[in-house]
Design a protein. Structure first.
Ligand code: FE
Ligand code: FE
Length: 394
C-alpha cells in the first residue's frame, strides 16, 4: 500500500529543522512520498506582523525541498484559502488517494491537544498519526496514555523519536534581524528572504531615534521581558541623572541590554560564531550569561550604538573590574528595577539611590552567594569586580 505523509505548518520561514525532519520522516516511516503543505491561515497561531505571504512561504518551501527526493510541496491549503483545517485537507487527500495510507505528522504539543482540534474523529478515520517526540520521560507518559486512548477508538498512531534539534521560528526571525540566521536556512531560502526583504532583513536599525528604538526592541522581546526592559531603562535614566551619566545612553543601554536574552543556547553560540567571536570555557558552558556579550554585539553591529552603551550591555550580568558609571548603573538598574521582586530588593533599591558603588557591591555579593549555594560556576569577571571594589575602599 502506498504511504503518503502529510506535513503541514505555517513554515514562516521554512528552515533546516523542517528539511531535516521531513527527510528523516521519509526514510524512517518508509513513505512513498511526503506532501509539505503550508497553511493559509493557521487555526493554531497568528502569524506575526511582517511575515511572508502564503505565496512567498510556498515559493520558499519549493526552494527548500528542490533537492529532496520523495518530498513535494503542495498548495492545497493555500488554494482552498481561509482558515486551514486539517480535517478538510485529510478528507480531500483521501478522496484523491483512496487506496493510500495517509500519515499525518505532528509534534508532541499538537498531539497532546489533538482532541481540541476541529473534527479529530474524522481525521483519525482517514489518516494515521505520526507523532514526533523528543523522548523526555515526563512527556513520554502523557504521550503513551494519549496513544492508548486513541487506539482504543481504532486509530493508528506511530511514535517517531525525532533526532533533529528543534528550531524555533520566532528565534529564527530574531536571528534574521541580527543577520545571523544563515546556518539555519537553506541557502536558496536565505537568498529569497534577502532579495525580498522579508522579516525586516533590509531594514536599517542603525542609530534609531530612541522612541523608535523602543518600538523595535519591544517587538523583538518576549512579552514577559518587555516590562523588565522598560523598567530597567527608566531606572537607568533616573540613576544617570543622579550620578552624572548620560541619560540618553542609559535609556538606550537599558532598552537593549536583554535584546538577545530570548535566544536559546545554540542560537547564542551561533551568533558568536557568525560574528567571529571566540569564546572562553566559562561562556561556552554558561550560555545563559552569554546574552550580555551577544546583546552588546547586536547593539554595536545592528543598532550602531556607541561604545559606552555597548560596554554597559556587555558587563550587565557579571560586572567587571573598574566599571564606569554607566556600566554600574545598568548592572544595578537591571537588578532592582520596579518589576524585580526578591528578598532584599528593597534594601538594594535604597542603596542604589544613595551609594551606587555599595549597591553594585551588594548585587555582586548576592549573585555570588546564590551561584555558590547552587553549586554553579562563577565568572572571573564577577570576582574581579568585587576585588576591585574592596581594594578601592581600603
Ligand atoms: Fe540580562
Ligand atoms: Fe535584564
Amino acid at each position: 500500500m502506498e504511504r503518503i505523509g502529510i506535513y503541514g505548518g505555517t513554515f514562516n520561514p521554512p528552515h533546516m529543522g523542517h528539511i531535516r525532519a521531513a527527510e528523516y520522516a521519509v526514510s524512517a516511516l518508509g513513505l512513498s512520498r511526503l506532501l509539505v503543505i503550508p497553511s493559509c491561515i493557521s487555526p493554531h497561531k497568528q502569524l506575526p506582523k511582517g511575515s511572508a505571504s502564503g505565496q512567498q512561504r510556498l515559493e520558499m518551501l519549493k526552494l527548500a525541498f528542490a533537492n529532496s527526493p520523495g518530498i513535494e510541496v503542495s498548495d492545497l491549503e493555500l488554494r482552498r484559502g481561509d482558515v486551514s483545517y486539517t480535517w478538510q485537507t485529510v478528507e480531500s487527500l483521501h478522496q484523491q488517494h483512496p487506496q493510500a495510507e495517509l500519515l499525518l505528522f505532528m509534534g508532541t504539543d499538537m498531539f497532546l491537544s489533538f482532541d481540541t482540534w476541529k473534527n479529530p474523529e474524522r481525521i483519525l478515520h482517514q489518516a494515521s498519526l505520526a507523532v514526533f517526540y523528543r523522548g523526555e520521560p515526563r512527556e513520554q507518559a502523557a504521550i503513551l496514555e494519549k496513544k492508548r486512548f486513541f487506539e482504543e477508538q481504532g486509530a493508528k498512531i506511530y511514535l517517531v523519536e525525532n533526532p533533529v534539534t528543534e528550531v524555533s521560528s520566532t528565534d529564527l526571525r530574531r536571528m534574521l534581524i541580527f543577520r545571523c540566521a544563515g546556518p539555519f536556512l537553506h541557502p536558496a531560502v536565505a537568498e529569497y528572504i534577502q532579495a525580498n526583504g522579508l522579516y525586516g532583513t533590509l531594514e536599517n536599525y542603525q542609530n534609531l531615534p530612541v522612541a523608535e528604538l523602543e518600538t523595535v526592541v519591544t517587538g523583538l522581546l518576549k512579552e514577559n521581558r518587555v516590562r523588565h526592559v522598560l523598567g530597567c531603562s527608566h531606572t537607568a535614566v533616573e540613576l544617570a541623572r543622579l550620578y552624572g551619566a548620560d541619560p540618553v545612553d542609559a535609556r538606550r543601554a537599558g532598552l537593549l541590554h536583554d535584546i538577545t536574552k530570548a535566544l536559546d543556547g545554540p542560537f547564542q553560540l551561533t551568533l558568536c560564531r557568525e560574528y567571529g567571536i571566540t569564546l572562553d570555557d566559562f561562556s561556552r558552558q554558561n550560555p545563559k550569561t552569554l546574552h550580555a556579550l551577544t546583546g552588546s554585539l547586536v547593539a554595536h553591529r545592528i543598532f550602531g550604538e556607541n561604545p559606552a552603551v555597548v560596554s554597559a550591555i556587555e558587563s550587565h550580568t557579571t560586572g567587571k573590574a573598574n566599571m564606569n558609571t554607566l556600566e554600574k548603573i545598568i548592572y544595578v538598574a537591571d537588578y532592582m528595577e520596579p518589576n524585580r521582586d526578591f528578598e532584599g530588593v528593597a534594601q538594594l533599591r535604597k542603596l542604589a539611590f544613595t551609594d551606587l558603588d555599595k549597591a553594585l557591591e551588594h548585587g555582586l555579593r548576592m549573585t555570588l552567594q546564590m551561584l555558590e549555594s547552587q553549586g554553579r560556576q562563577i565568572s572571573e569577571n564577577s570576582r574581579e569586580a568585587l576585588r576591585f571594589l574592596e581594594q578601592q575602599r581600603k
